[in-house]
Design a protein around this ligand. Structure first.
Ligand SMILES: Nc1ncnc2c1ncn2[C@@H]1O[C@H](COP(=O)(O)OP(=O)(O)OP(=O)(O)O)[C@@H](O)[C@H]1O
Ligand SMILES: [Mg+2]
Length: 287
């Protein structure tokens, strides 16, 4: 641990330097929660690195983070590693990524984003940087495994908390992507499908040795619905770090393209961020 990490941790910044994967059912609110978490962590003086790991959805996350004023998406990180002709699917070829012009695989080496990543791959505002792994952009492009390999192996050095917004479902678990992550944050909405996916992700996290598996209940319309979902979760209910209520304003914000940073749901999220810090400091960094 370097001195900056040590000093941040002493102040209760237990998430410093950690990598958080945000995942769950389609439409449950993963991107919204990634943006809310980023906004809340910035308020708590963390440095934040948001990575769009969703290879399908265009533009949504960057709008929630920066509003509509931002000048387009950054270049895809997969290009930094040589592009789709070079980067392989992690199932066919589990070997780690290498940087272009570097013969040594990334393996344990972390990347200093400020020093090593050229500016065209980054959008930045203050203490937040935004990167994206790449998108499915052409017909017949093939499997999105290589893009997920970037999620797996792109590990930043320093104190920034990495928040990785994933595409819906559990395919990335099937590919073993989470093996390099510290925290998996599962997002549920009010459906039984959400509960089933949360249960399956719990099993995958157990198999991957991830103890920091926490759940957020999103779009909760009433106490009754919240307790019904908690009931359905059974023994997983102790993994829940908080609810976010159903709020039409969040939908309006998504439609108008305004940034979530100044939004009042960020306040609602404060308790969730505190819970996350507490739970993670109880378990600690992944061995
Ligand atoms: N608490 C909430 N209350 C009301 N609407 C919400 C809430 N959270 C998210 N939404 C809305 O639900 C929709 C889906 O949210 P979001 O895009 O964050 O989900 P997602 O899980 O990232 O979706 P995808 O699986 O497509 O990536 C958006 O219109 C968003 O504004
Ligand atoms: Mg999304």
């Amino acid at each position: 641990m370097n001195t900056t990490t040590a000093s941040l941790s002493e102040k209760g910044h237990s998430l410093a330097g950690m990598r958080i994967l945000v995942c769950g059912k389609g439409g449950s609110g993963k991107s919204t929660i990634s943006a809310l978490l980023a906004a809340m962590l910035l308020r708590r003086n963390y440095e934040v690195l948001v990575i769009d790991g969703d290879v399908s959805n265009p533009e949504g996350l960057i709008r929630l983070l920066f509003g509509t004023g931002v000048e387009g998406e950054p270049e895809p990180l997969v290009e930094f590693f040589g592009g789709l002709d070079v980067v392989t699917c992690p199932v066919d070829d589990p070997s780690p990524l290498t940087r272009v012009g570097d013969s040594v695989p990334l393996a344990e080496k972390k990347i200093d984003v400020e020093e090593e990543i050229p500016p065209q791959f980054i959008r930045q505002r203050g203490r937040m940087r935004f990167l994206q792994v790449g998108k499915i952009s052409t017909y017949g492009q093939g499997c999105d495994g290589p893009l997920e390999k970037v999620v797996r192996d792109f590990i930043a050095s320093g104190d920034a908390v990495s928040i990785i917004d994933m595409k819906a479902g559990v395919e990335h678990f099937g590919r073993g992507i989470p093996h390099s992550l510290d925290i998996v944050l599962g997002v549920l909405d009010y459906t039984l499908e959400s509960v089933s996916i949360a249960r399956r992700m719990a099993e995958f996290c157990h198999q991957a040795g991830i103890e920091n598996y926490w759940l957020i209940l999103n779009k909760i319309g009433s106490d009754e619905i919240e307790s019904m979902i908690l009931d359905k979760l059974g023994d997983l209910h102790h993994r829940v770090i908080g609810p976010i209520h159903f709020d039409q304003n969040l939908i309006k914000l998504g439609l108008t393209g305004a940034s979530l940073e100044a939004y009042r749901s960020v306040e609602e999220f404060e308790h969730i961020a505190e819970q996350l810090e507490d739970r993670v400091s109880g378990i600690g960094r992944r061995k």
